[in-house]
Design a protein. Structure first.
Lengths: 530, 298
């Protein structure tokens, strides 16, 4: 009798264990069907479309003013805190500065496990020891590291399951983006546009860490596009891919964007368009083969990486990609063909005043950096940067953080040295009396026109989140986290985080309660209704 | 923070050390060698190995532009945040070793970060720091500026007739509506100082800097009217979209929520009057500058 009781208990334990394990498994199908579970946030941009939209509406225009902080988690690390956390089945997975990762009870913020990469002392980050987040698949989370590895952690323990070297970090390569999981692959791109790297996008087998393909964003000899590089310049051509892509399962195409050619602000020595720098790439996720490309800035000399999340928008039977580019133009592109449909400035632009036959802005001849310095808008940090925009399918508006800052670009020739910073030029804020400022802008993708803007006192590095509650959330450099009416731009709520927001917010729900989360300073904050 | 990469190329003792260690030489010998290396690397940082080399100065100019110009300006003549480095007198030391230390370690308590810790660029190697120092030497004025005027008279004017002290502090004495000028004399070029007096609204001085915020608050002029009809004019200490921290003309601190104000108006017209030649002769201005320089040099 006793024995059979034990057996029954054991069986019960096993089945409940199996059930909970099954619950924690994030299958490729679940990622495809993420819209069916709006309580979870399964990937960097929320879903494959890059919308950064939450279908949750418990917090909405009528009650947002009542939001209160619920819990905070502190990494205790300095520098920019750029993560977008993921949430699945009550567990929150995030990253922090210096390649930290952690799993928290999403209800209370209490840690379940914490991981910190043992980074070498001589890593080469260009712009802070940052990490933007994880990918989830199966029973693992995936982290790209500053020493240019891709690491799979056990989502239950934080233990390392596999560790793959993408490239030798000493040559200037690093990984800062949140990986993207498609089918059984983990896709990443590298950072290092300030080090004369040769950029690439990699796919790893999620189970084993084996690299399945690599797409070099700078074509080698014999490959199409190679002719857009002068001499040997392709070898150090840059074009890193340091922001997470999107994915269209209907056509099995993954869209990735690339950064500046190297050296970033000096075109001498790399005559040509410098493909595929500053471009949108349509890749087959199974093979890594290029389907088409669109280059936003040809022969870039202003550090205008196109590394803004490519946002998939459908207008009737038109399937599009929208991007508010760092160069100041808002682009709409047919995502089946790569054909440009619209380009319109959404911030102050002085580098172009005409377009070519395809509608692409043409650079003025005298827009290049000079020895004495040439004032160009937008500045090197761009009209926007890596912070995520959001597309709200309800308002059909595209919201983007715009920066109104011009810079003086000057040449500073330097020899290339492997693994060493390689700018070729310098920039600094212009020295006139115009103050810099910023704004969250709501753009109608049908026309490219700005519907409303919310002004920031100074340029800002916060991304934006839209929700079915009719809200847009964003942050500012002064430390405010803000909820706006998505239709009008009217402010409904704000909270002072105590440090500039350098991240893109997200939303999730547990036990029927909606939360909004944002990273600022060294703290991950969550907010909800009281 | 990243220290500059050690350049082993110039230090032949390093490989020797390694092979000797491999052969289990005595601890005493090991300690001796370590001491030697420490001593030699210290002395390596005392003196610029490239002093006077024009070709190196050119390389240094590129490094300077990439790493320093953001704050110190294109020609090292100072920007919004960074002092004019063409001045012969450097506030944190004039010697090669002083400059190296300032660049490599930063200046605690100021906006000058340690090498490689700006989050904007990446760290320079030891050799590159010396290149930058070579460049700075090539653009700095060859001799300390001649005394511009009568510092003692300048001090009398500053705290008297010219009424600078009503808004500016020097060594703890004076007002708070404008920037403290104790160190300004050592940080800014004469041209900059003259322009700031003759044409104060052309470029507003920078005030509070927050750790994670890219741009500092400026000394903007602000006028508000409260809900109960009180009016204040003064200077912005800090501001965000929703709040204002200001000092009124009587140096009273006010903390406002903007949506509770009846009116709120900001201006980039400085509160400081433009001191034209009728208000302040060239000679008196030179005397005041001489005073600021004498204070800053201390």
């Amino acid at each position: 009798m006793k024995k059979s009781l034990y057996a029954a208990l054991f069986l019960f334990a096993v089945t409940s264990l199996a059930a909970s394990t099954a619950r924690a498994q994030v299958t490729p199908q679940r990622l495809l069907d993420s819209a069916k579970e709006p309580q979870n946030w399964l990937m960097y941009s929320g879903d494959y479309s890059g919308h950064r939209f939450s279908a949750l509406d418990q917090i909405n225009t009528s009650n947002a003013a009542a939001m209160v902080p619920k819990w905070a988690y502190q990494t205790m690390a300095g520098g920019k805190f750029e993560t977008t956390p993921l949430v699945v089945d009550g567990i929150l997975y995030g990253t922090g500065q210096d390649d930290r990762a952690y799993a928290l009870d999403a209800h209370t913020g209490r840690p379940i496990w914490q991981y910190q990469r043992a980074l070498p002392a001589d890593i080469r980050p260009c712009c802070g020891r940052v990490n933007r987040g994880l990918a989830l698949l199966g029973d693992k989370v995936f982290l790209g590291t500053l020493d240019s590895h891709v690491v799979a952690l056990d989502s239950k323990t934080g233990n390392v399951i596999w560790d793959a070297t993408a490239f030798d970090y000493r040559k200037g390569y690093s990984i800062t983006l949140a990986p993207l999981a498609i089918k059984n692959l983990v896709i990443v791109g590298v950072s290092g546009g300030e080090y004369g790297i040769r950029g690439f996008i990699d796919a790893y087998d999620a189970s084993t860490g084996e690299r399945k393909w690599r797409f070099y964003t700078v074509p080698g000899p014999g490959e199409p596009g190679h002719e857009t590089w002068e001499g040997e310049s392709w070898k150090i051509g840059g074009a890193p891919a340091w922001i997470t892509g999107s994915y269209d399962p209907a056509t099995n195409t993954t869209f990735w964007t690339t950064g500046n050619p190297s050296p970033s602000n000096r075109g001498i020595g790399r005559a040509g368009d410098n493909l595929y720098s500053d471009s949108l790439l349509a890749l087959d996720p199974d093979s890594g083969k290029l389907k088409w490309y669109f280059q936003f800035t040809r022969h870039d000399e202003h550090d205008w990486d196109a590394t803004q999340v490519p946002v998939m928008i459908d207008q009737g039977d038109k399937h599009l990609i929208a991007q508010a580019n760092r160069n100041g133009f808002f682009y709409v592109i047919d995502r089946s063909t790569g054909k440009l449909l619209l380009s319109n400035p959404y911030a102050k632009v002085t580098w172009s005043n005409s377009k070519d036959a395809e509608g692409r802005p043409i650079s003025l001849k005298d827009a290049s950096p000079t020895s004495d310095g040439n004032r160009i808008c937008p500045g090197a940090a761009g009209a926007t940067n890596w912070m995520s925009p959001t597309y709200d399918p309800q308002t059909k508006l595209f919201y983007v953080t715009a920066r109104e800052q011009c810079d003086i670009f000057s040449t500073a020739p330097q020899p290339y040295e492997e693994g060493h910073a390689y700018y070729g030029s310098a920039y600094f804020p212009n020295d006139d009396t115009e103050p810099f400022w910023g704004a969250l802008r709501a753009i109608d993708p049908e026309t490219g026109k700005i519907k409303w803007e919310w002004k920031h006192p100074s340029p800002t590095w916060s991304g934006a989140l839209s929700t079915a509650g009719g809200l847009v959330f964003t942050g500012d450099a002064e430390g405010n986290f803000i909820a706006l009416d998505a239709k009008s731009g009217k402010v409904l709520w704000h909270f002072q985080c105590g440090a500039s927001v350098y991240s893109s917010p997200m939303s999730f729900a547990i036990d029927g309660k909606q939360y909004v989360a944002v990273a600022a300073g060294s703290t991950l904050f969550t907010f909800a209704l009281p | 923070m990243r220290a500059p990469k050690q350049s082993n190329k110039n230090d032949p003792s390093l490989p020797i050390l390694r092979s000797q260690l491999d052969h289990h030489f005595s601890l005493a010998f090991f300690v001796a060698i370590v001491l030697c290396i420490t001593a030699s690397s210290l002395s390596a940082q005392d003196k610029n190995p490239f002093a006077g080399d024009d070709r190196v100065a050119k390389l240094g100019e590129s490094q300077f532009r990439a790493n320093c110009a953001f704050c110190h300006g294109l020609g090292a003549r100072g920007g919004g945040r960074g002092p004019d480095l063409t001045r012969a007198q450097k506030r944190h030391g004039n010697g090669d070793a002083d400059l190296f230390r300032t660049i490599n370690e930063g200046v605690p308590g100021t906006a000058m970060p340690p090498n490689g810790a700006t989050q904007q660029g990446v760290g320079m190697t030891e050799a590159e720091i010396w290149q930058v120092i070579t460049y700075i030497r090539s653009v700095q004025v060859k001799a300390p500026p001649q005394p511009l005027g009568d510092a003692a008279h300048g001090k009398t004017l500053f705290f008297g007739e010219a009424v600078c002290y009503t808004c500016h502090m020097v060594e703890g004495k004076g007002g708070r509506l404008g920037p403290d000028l104790t160190t300004t004399g050592s940080a800014r070029s004469t041209d900059y100082l003259i322009d700031s007096v003759r044409n104060p609204s052309r470029r507003l001085a920078q005030g509070l800097s927050e750790a994670m915020k890219e741009f500092s608050q400026e000394y903007e002029t602000v006028s508000v009217e409260t809900a109960d009809g009180r009016k204040f004019t003064g200077v912005v200490l800090n501001e965000d979209h929703f709040t204002l921290q200001m000092l009124d003309l009587r140096e009273q601190l006010h903390l406002f929520e903007k949506d509770k104000l009846r009116s709120f108006e900001k201006s980039r017209q400085s509160l400081m009057p433009a001191y034209d030649k009728n208000l302040l002769s060239d000679k008196d201005l030179q005397d005041i500058l001489a005073f600021l320089l004498s204070v800053g040099a201390q």
